[in-house]
Design a protein around this ligand. Structure first.
Ligand SMILES: [Zn+2]
Length: 429
């Protein structure tokens, strides 16, 4: 992670303060070069070069030679498993070019699958290069030399294995990650057709083994053991089991009573906003970025009962099961880390308020000693899309040669004498 250098009072645009951090120069370079190669840039430069002399005609709106459309045929893109061991997901579909004219000559027809990472707190507000970074992940050049297309629809199938380590589509408080298919065609007359289709990429973690966590609270003998699900999902609740041990201290004749339990689910978003080539001086030089962080409470609950207290065993125990969850109506995003400063993570914060009591042996007199403690615990809660009935593409069994059944029955050769058949049928009547 980039190291923090100093607090950065970013008042110029009225946005929240960030922190200037060092940015890996290799990542910065790739961000710039990809930005320069991005489709947006090339469209802009194309337009400024080719259509500057006919801008008066453009304003009149000449008839378009045709249109583009994309039809996605694959199921929703879900990468199963952690980024480093996910097999990815298959994206396939059809690009349609509809030619409205009787005939139109096209110079190029290209489809690109790209990722767009945008910060909601750019170094310079309104600068597109400071705000977004577009990376081409895959492109298909369906046409590279002039070709005359006849009136009608022309289709081009495409398929792509979406890499398993791709960060999921994200819309966090400070940044977004989007994926899109961008189709672009240029006619020999210099007109451009364009069509964009957003593709949602999600991740589903398939880990099903519960986690056990132990927390101790010195100088007391209290120890909390929690059983947590390995991964949680938006909407619905999940069970958390807690056992608090070391509740009774026999020599002192004291014990702890659980008074109140509070849980809270937090979403933490982070983004390092990097300046573009022209605005590097805003941060005092090259290789700097502003780190923004935002913590949002997704859900919380305060409980004053619901646990079982047992003081009869050697050191006593309190057992408690509760059901936290991220309500479906709360805007939240799944865990993500793009390795370049954008990350979203979740945590469950549990606070227990325990009060000490004095209870002498063989006496029913219980007196609070006035001592109380807040036992605070925090657990990382990986959040992902639900796996549903989905199976990773590599776990699906493709048909093998052995699976192909024997050929269908061939047509029977019927040699029939029409006259004799008509006679036999008339006989039966
Ligand atoms: Zn800029």
């Amino acid at each position: 992670m980039p190291s923090l250098i100093r607090s950065f009072p970013h008042h110029s645009h009225g946005s929240a303060p960030g922190t200037i951090v060092d940015v890996d120069p290799s990542k910065l370079k790739s961000a710039r070069s990809s930005n320069r190669n991005s489709a947006d840039y090339s469209i802009r430069s194309f337009r400024s070069h080719k259509s500057s002399h006919r801008s008066s005609q453009d304003s009149l709106g000449p008839p378009q030679p045709g249109s583009l459309n994309i039809q996605i045929e694959s199921p929703p893109i879900v990468c199963y498993g952690a980024p480093n061991d996910s097999a990815g997901a298959l994206l396939s579909g059809m690009l349609w070019l509809t030619v409205d004219l009787w005939e139109a000559e096209f110079d190029s027809l290209k489809l690109t699958f790209q990722s767009v990472t945008s910060t909601k707190k750019p170094v310079v507000v309104g600068c597109p290069d400071c705000t977004s970074k577009t990376t081409d992940l895959q492109s298909w050049d369906f046409l590279t030399s002039p070709y005359p297309f006849s009136h009608g629809m022309h289709n081009y199938p495409f398929s792509y294995l979406v890499p398993g380590n791709l960060p999921a589509s994200t819309n966090s408080q400070v940044a977004t990650i989007k994926y899109q298919l961008l189709a672009r065609a240029t006619t020999s007359a210099g007109e451009t057709l364009q069509f964009t289709q957003e593709v949602k990429v999600s991740r589903s973690l398939l880990d099903r083994t519960d986690r056990n966590s132990l927390r101790v609270f010195p100088p007391t003998n209290l120890a909390a053991t929690l059983t947590l699900p390995p991964v949680i999902h938006r909407g619905g609740t999940f069970p958390v089991e807690m056992r608090l041990e070391g509740v009774v201290t026999r020599p002192n004749m004291t014990r702890w009573r659980l008074r109140k339990a509070t849980w809270r689910l937090e979403e933490r978003s982070r983004m390092v906003s990097v300046s573009c080539k022209h605005h590097g001086h805003k941060l005092g030089g090259e290789g700097k970025g502003v780190q923004y962080e935002d913590t949002k409470v997704l859900a919380q609950e305060e409980l004053k009962s619901g646990w079982k207290t047992d003081y009869s065993s050697a050191d006593g125990k309190i057992e408690f099961e509760f059901h936290p969850g991220i309500p479906a109506y709360v805007t939240s995003t799944d865990d993500v880390d793009n390795g370049a400063g954008l990350s979203v993570s979740h945590s469950l914060v549990l606070e227990l308020i325990v009060a000490e009591e004095y209870c002498p042996r063989n006496s029913k007199m219980v007196t609070p000693t006035g001592s109380a403690r807040v036992l605070r615990m925090q657990f990382n809660m990986p959040t992902s899309a639900r796996s549903g009935m989905g199976i990773s593409w590599e776990d699906e069994c493709p048909p093998r040669y052995d699976d192909v059944p024997v050929s269908p029955p061939t047509y029977q050769t019927l040699v029939a004498d029409v006259d004799s058949q008509s006679i036999s049928s008339s006989d039966s009547i």
